[in-house]
Write a protein that binds this ligand. Structure first.
Ligand SMILES: Nc1ncnc2c1ncn2[C@@H]1O[C@H](COP(=O)(O)OP(=O)(O)O)[C@@H](O)[C@H]1O
Ligand SMILES: [Mg+2]
Length: 251
């Protein structure tokens, strides 16, 4: 199986301080990989480095057949990498429809693909929950609906790789489950997915593979079902917490 994304020996950090200490990661085309790990272990930094928002200090990143390590975030987006950050991922003053339309306007290959109305229908099939709110300013929706708008807008880009940083952050358990039902539907379309999830069981249930990142290093990679059934995983989080990291993200 060809890798939609291949990361090798990736080092990255902030202001000379290394956070990632040589990360290897593969996402085979058409599969979903969920990254889990204690708070502060570098999960968001890893996704930012993949999206081109934090420079790689060492190592390589390849999207399909294309080395992207030296490309800026825009160029990576143009190659089909859609990154949804944990926060500020929608235009709150614009309607839901405008948010979705913007995604479509910025899709990498504007010469191909469906007209806007067809694409909207296709995406709203996946996100029926936001259909009644198309003309509502996105900022007025509930947290769960706002996350759906963020993911739906990214889908309007017709990406080849969808990257989600903690899509369920701040959502009630019910809304988090609802969002993951949608992520399951997205997987059903064959799209390649890379995501971080703080709810380990929820995140692994939605993935083919899981990766445990601890203090900027890959501790384990395995089939998602195998990781989900692994009792030692909880211990890994607890021991990291005992070293001083906060127990769970609060937002
Ligand atoms: N913009 C930044 N500037 C400096 N340090 C940062 C920045 N963002 C994150 N960090 C630090 O990098 C480490 C990893 O953070 P992050 O990648 O957000 O971890 P996670 O997503 O696993 O919780 C933390 O120690 C955090 O304080
Ligand atoms: Mg994070």
């Amino acid at each position: 199986m060809s890798a939609a994304l291949a990361v090798r020996g990736l080092k990255a950090g902030y202001g000379g301080k290394h956070i990632l200490h040589g990360v290897d990661l593969d996402v085979p085309a058409g599969t979903a990989l969920t990254i889990v790990g204690p708070n502060g272990s570098g999960k968001s930094t890893l996704l930012k480095a993949i999206a081109g928002l934090v420079p790689a200090l060492d190592g390589t990143i390849q999207l399909g057949d294309t080395p992207i390590t030296r490309l800026d975030a825009r160029a990576r987006a143009r190659l089909g990498l859609a990154y949804v950050p944990q926060e500020s991922n929608i235009f709150r003053n614009m309607s839901v429809r405008e948010n979705l339309r913007l995604g479509w306007e910025f899709r990498p290959d504007r010469r191909t693909g469906a007209p806007l109305s067809y694409k909207l229908d296709e995406i709203l099939d996946l996100f029926p929950e936001i259909l009644p709110h198309l003309n509502t300013p996105a900022g007025l929706l509930s947290g769960g609906q706002r996350q759906m708008v963020a993911v739906a807008s990214a889908m309007m880009l017709e990406p080849r790789l969808l990257v989600l940083d903690e899509p369920s952050a701040g959502l009630s358990p019910r809304n988090a489950s609802l969002l993951f039902e949608i992520i399951d539907r997205i997987r059903g379309t064959g799209l390649t997915l890379l995501m971080i999830e703080q709810n380990v069981q929820l995140g692994l249930a939605a993935a083919d593979h899981g990766l445990v990142l601890v203090m900027g290093r890959v501790r384990r990679t395995a089939a998602a079902a195998e990781l989900a059934a692994d009792d030692t995983l909880a211990e890994l989080f607890l021991s990291a917490d005992r070293r001083g990291a906060p127990a769970q993200p609060t937002s």
